[in-house]
Design a protein around this ligand. Sequence first.
Ligand code: NDP
Ligand code: MG
Length: 355
Amino acid sequence: MSTNDDDGDEEFTTTVYYDDDADLGALAEQTVAVLGYGSQGHAHALNLHESGIDVVVGLRKSSSSREAAEAEGLRVTTPKNAASEADLVSVLVPDTVQPAVYDEIEDELGPGDTLQFAHGFNIHYGQIEPKEEVNVTMVAPKSPGHLVRRNYEHDEGTPGLLAVYQDATGEAHDVGLAYAKAIGCTRAGVVETSFREETETDLFGEQAVLCGGVTSLVKQGYETLVDNGYSPEMAYFECLNELKLIVDLMYEGGLGEMWDSVSDTAEYGGLTRGDMVVDDHARENMEEVLEAVQDGTFAREWINENQANRPSYKQLRQAEKDHEIEAVGENLRSLFAWGEDAEAEGETAETPADD
Ligand code: NDP
Ligand code: MG
């Protein structure tokens, strides 16, 4: 594990930067290479471009995204050529692909150039060991790329994180802030963090709570009802579908707004039973999950899994697809108005009574 910033006495006080704290001037004379044109790549490239920054997109020869990028008026070349031209290289290919792409471009990084990431995994776990003479920054929007783009187009911002791993020029922080401004993050607010903190909290959050914890909770709840003779449709509604309503309330106003909005019965039942389900044992398991993130066990496992062509990952993915709740949900979603169209627009379906 190689990190510059895990000396244990790091401060976790929060600094938030807004538009006025950032100066696009730090990127004014620079060319920015955006490697990858996927979720984050297309959003960063287009936002930077419209913020007046000189952008070149780096894509492999076979890339299916080339046409889309060119149609938006962006210059496209290979990752190596883009990096050669650029003063700042933003690495926005999938995390598992980044070490190989870095090998391709390493020779093109000169003294004072900036290597920019949207997630700290490869730097934090030593999969990319950047040259000493380059700045290494992270600007990580806390949203999928399509929202980073859509918010920018609507003159709104996307909250983000900023971290500096290596400051070769003494200006890495200013460059990172300028980048955050150019993609629209400082409109909403950018929180200062470190590569270590971002990587470890991100992995823990997605494993224990957001992706792993929630899906397990949903499946266990569903199975408990169905195994006790209740209909799969009812179990789906109660344990999966309604989760969105609860999460929306928490998103808007924290736990308090959610508790205020549900019935007193739901509140009392939830307050007394929640900790029975997710109990001290679950907490111990969470500590284990965190430890495996901190000591690199998870990172090694995931790197090995990829090197072996993902055997367990493929199996687990298939098992998840085959879970009964998926078929039940697909059928139910096709029967109701909260199907794809309403969701795509981010609107709730209107009933005739609304007219
Ligand atoms: P995507 O999976 O959307 O990236 C796809 C892009 O990478 C495509 O342009 C693809 O090009 C290119 N690519 C894929 N494989 C290769 C390869 N072998 N060689 C060269 N190019 C390749 O990535 P994301 O946008 O999801 O992630 C980028 C970074 O952003 C990651 O570090 C991620 O952790 C971070 N991040 C992602 C968020 C998200 O919501 N998605 C949120 C915050 C951070 P092609 O057209 O050739 O297939
Ligand atoms: Mg995340």
